[in-house]
Design a protein around this ligand. Sequence first.
Ligand code: SAM
Length: 287
Amino acid sequence: MKLTSVRDVADIMNRHGLKFNKGYGQNFLINEAVPKRIAAECGADPDSGILEIGPGIGTLTRELCARYRKVVAVEIDSSLIPALKETTADLDNLVIINDDIMKTDLDRLISDEFAGMNVTVCANLPYYITTPIIMKLLEEYGKFAFITVMVQKEVAQRLCSKPSDDNYGAITAQINLYASVKRLFSVPSGCFFPRPKVDSAVIRIEPYKVPRFTKEQTNGASKLIKASFSQRRKTLVNSLSGIFADMTKTELGDIVSETLGMGADVRGEKLEAGDFVKLYEALKDRM
Ligand code: SAM
């Protein structure tokens, strides 16, 4: 049985009475090289624990188990579990958990399953929920060595962009409060079955080894980021005036200029994560 063969995938699905669930973003990898490359380049060392989100029928899972000490795979779709157990029956370093990753208690899972290990996340993420999953991973557990994930190509461009780039947005700045992001490689839509409408790319998110900002700064800056990008064409001062209702726009503009050394008419998309933290420090007593 070859998990990257369309015939074998269809056969497994038929034997288990399964249909691809679009609502769960089920597009399985059918290119032999891609899962090997994701597993090899995820950044982990061989003694690491790997948390895989959405193993599907186990194509990437098998490559991860071949390279790393232990893999815990969290799959939401209970109907897939018997097929996944069949395709991974020979692996003794895999734990399968049937759960929604958005509801998983990460601290508990990591202390129960990965005691004493460095943990990296490696996944071909379901498209419908990519950024909520990434934000949950960063917000709830600060100690992942890497988070290496396949996402839609456009999402990869956004997450890897820099201030002033066309694709730079609130999510980019928010992720940069916790981590740096590197684009690894592209994956065309033909590498999946069923074939999605869009191409994908693999990115590697590397949480800062020593957090750059305190929890309070991160939460405060995050509020400013959300407000600053809520209306893209507005200047930073106009976007922020809603949450600083007791300040005039001139006062706010003066603080922006003094704190960032930028004109009072600057737009949010020019600011990097650290600028939002500086602004939070200057404005926190008025929030
Ligand atoms: N890893 C497989 C591969 O690369 O062929 C499947 C990847 S497929 C794009 C996404 C997988 O995530 C599906 O198996 C889907 O059922 C699962 N999934 C979707 N939402 C999930 C969630 N909230 N928690 C855990 N798994 C989820």
